[in-house]
Design a protein. Structure first.
Length: 681
């Protein structure tokens, strides 16, 4: 009290030092604790003698250390037992010491952490370890206490049972500060890797990169590990689509950074190109065609991107120009693309190339469409496409179709077939295509082209049958005055190619022609004497009726062996005898009889001529019904000349009738769209 009254701070301090000794000797812990706090207060208000202060620090430290050691008797049990009052005193002693002895503040915080750790209060221990490290940073102390604090942190974190975010926070703090204080210590090499992995796990690319850079600086020999780390970083940039940072790093590794292998560098560049490519695709989707085109061009023009990326960029430009209906500019870029595309990569996009080829066709640029189809087909001549032969077939089909746009020529079709004869195409498809090609020539009704094409495929049975039907068709459409000439031409073809199976085409036809000529040359004449011979007249009528009946029977027998065209020719003349006999009877005037007899004769003959006319009309109706039944363009034919029964005698009318019948029979019975259609008889 006296020193306090006199404000003798030095004397007061000495009294406190004496108290510390006295209370300790007499085990007065509470008074000792109170005196320590009094010394702290005195120090806050006054500048004390350093020697006295040092004595106080040592005395308090000694007691705190002793209490710390004895706080927990059995440290090996899971649930420790300790005196909470003592714990608070120990922690307070270290607080007092950290103020009195500022230069060792980190040490006292470490001791506090150790004290908390001894009672298994891991979270509180970690807080003090952190304070210890923070004070070490202020003091720039990388001594033993700092290392112990950090190592204690690392060993304690897993026991603290923090939430994940808090756990990560403490872990990163410990790793980062350990490396800051000890960049090349024994454990640092491993901690660099652990810190990097932690940042990578948390997707903190920037800090992961910084860790890698420092690690590489301090451990340059660990290049393999550095490459693995950077590989992970680049993968992250690819996932994040961070083209700027990816570009910067690729530029570094291209110059030899970390000695990456060439294939990895190329793959990384490809990944970068792909990201940029996707970026421009997004522009394209958003309608920024000009910007997208310029972006693709920048990829194509750059020397650093691999050929595949450049090829894809040029390909993208080609599709953009096609969408803008600019076929020429599109194909120009497509050629650039195809020239640098490797086969294995290009083969993957053949379906897209097929779409482009069809697109050029839609733009009416058949040449470019064929050029592309030809190029792809030949380039992958020996390859089996994904969908078996589907795409290869379609490219081939485009070539065939385009060749027929202006004019279908056998020579051009045969050249295409020859060019692709060794391309392992589906046999069924090739045969079908040949039949389709032949049908195109038939539709053009160009016999010369059809024969030229058939001559290259004469062993094709289906085409041979089709050729036979076509030649029959050509024969039936030929005018009457040209049929003999056509017949000779067809027989010449048949001699060369018996497989067309038309050997019996003319056998029956000639019988029908002979039958028609017989009827067309048929005349009826009655004997006309000075005195009418009724008996002779009746005998001749019976004879003529017998001739007509015989012709009808002959027509029936002939029709059974005839095809529909020939049946038409037969039916065409069947009514003629009835009308001819009718006209002959009507024209006949008996001689040597009176007018009354003649009137009676005419009246008697009228019944016969009306019957003949009715029979002739019936035969013509049956002819029309036959056409209608067989569906031979009846709507056209029913208006034709052959319905006018009376136009028979005049040779010109007869010729017109015959020509009409020949004309209709040509495509009444042979449809070029379906030469296999059967007929009803």
């Amino acid at each position: 009290k006296d020193t306090q009254r006199r404000k003798d701070f030095t004397g007061e301090m000495k009294v406190h030092l004496a108290q510390l000794d006295f209370y300790r000797e007499n085990k007065k812990d509470d008074l000792y604790f109170e005196t320590a706090n009094n010394i702290l207060d005195l120090n806050k208000k006054n500048k004390l003698d350093q020697d006295d202060l040092l004595f106080a620090i040592n005395k308090i430290k000694e007691v705190a250390g002793f209490m710390q050691i004895n706080l927990v008797k059995n440290k090996n049990t899971d649930e420790v037992k300790y005196n909470k009052g003592d714990f608070k005193k120990i922690m307070r002693y270290f607080d007092i010491l950290s103020i009195l002895d500022k230069n060792k503040k980190n040490q006292y915080r470490y001791y506090q952490g150790e004290t908390a750790l001894s009672i298994h209060n891991y979270q509180q221990a970690l807080k003090y370890y952190v304070k210890a490290v923070m004070n070490s940073k202020k003091l720039k102390d990388n001594g033993d206490i700092t290392k112990k604090s950090l190592e204690a942190m690392l060993s304690t974190i897993e026991f603290a049972q923090f939430k994940k975010s808090k756990d990560n926070q403490y872990t990163i703090f410990a790793f980062k500060n350990y490396l800051l204080f000890y960049p090349k210590a024994e454990k640092s090499q491993t901690i660099y890797q652990k810190l990097f992995n932690k940042y990578y796990e948390l997707q903190n690319s920037d800090n992961a990169v910084n860790t890698l850079i420092v690690y590489k600086y301090n451990y340059p020999a660990d290049e393999i590990i550095h490459r693995e780390m950077l590989t992970q970083i680049l993968d992250t940039y690819i996932k994040e689509k961070n083209t700027d940072k990816l570009t910067a790093w690729i530029n570094k590794i291209e110059k030899g950074y970390l000695s990456f292998k060439s294939d990895y560098i190329q793959n990384s560049i490809a990944a970068l190109g792909r990201l940029l490519f996707n970026k421009y695709q997004e522009m394209e989707k958003n309608g920024k065609i000009k910007e997208a085109t310029e972006g693709y061009e920048s990829i194509y023009d750059s020397k650093k991107y691999p050929n595949r990326i450049k090829a894809e960029a040029a390909y993208a430009i080609a599709t953009l120009y096609q969408e803008q209906n600019n076929a020429r500019e599109s194909y120009k870029w497509l050629q650039k693309s195809l020239s640098i595309y490797e086969d294995k990569d290009l083969f993957e996009v053949t379906s897209s190339l097929l779409v482009l080829a069809k697109g050029y066709r839609l733009l009416q640029n058949f040449k470019l469409s064929s050029n592309l189809a030809d190029l792809v087909s030949k380039r992958f001549c020996q390859e089996k496409f994904k969908d078996k032969f589907k795409e290869k077939n379609e490219f081939y089909e485009i070539l065939i179709s385009n060749s027929a746009v202006d004019k279908t020529e056998a020579k051009e079709l045969l050249k295409i077939e020859s060019d692709f004869s060794g391309c392992q195409m589906e046999k069924h498809f090739v045969e079908k295509t040949q039949l389709d090609n032949f049908e195109r020539l038939i539709l053009n009704e160009d016999q010369k082209e059809a024969i030229e094409y058939f001559s290259a495929h004469s062993d094709n049975e289906k085409m041979a049958r089709q050729m036979g039907r076509f030649l029959k068709f050509k024969f039936w459409v030929a005018p009457a005055n040209s049929k003999e000439k056509v017949k000779k031409e067809i027989l010449a073809i048949y001699d060369k190619y018996p497989s067309i199976q038309i050997g019996d085409l003319f056998t029956q036809y000639e019988k029908v022609v002979e039958f028609r000529e017989k009827i067309q040359n048929l005349t009826f004449t009655f004997t006309n004497k000075e005195k009418f011979d009724e008996e002779k007249y009746n005998s001749e009528i019976e004879q003529y009726f017998s001739i007509i009946t015989s012709l009808n029977n002959e027509a029936i027998a002939l029709s059974k062996e005839s095809n529909p065209e020939e049946v038409i020719l037969i039916r065409d003349v069947l009514a003629r005898p009835y009308y001819a006999l009718m006209d002959t009877i009507n024209a006949y005037v008996p001689q040597g009889v009176d007018i009354k007899y003649i009137d009676g004769f005419k009246a008697g003959m009228r019944q016969i001529t009306e019957s003949l006319a009715a029979k002739g009309l019936q035969v013509d109706r049956e002819k029309v019904a036959y056409l209608q039944k067989n569906n031979f363009f009846f709507e056209v034919q029913k208006h034709d000349k052959f319905i006018n029964e009376k136009e028979r005698i005049n040779e010109n009318a007869d010729e017109r009738l015959r020509e009409n019948l020949n004309y209709h029979s040509a495509f009444l019975f042979s449809n070029t769209m379906d030469l296999t259609r059967g007929q009803k008889k």
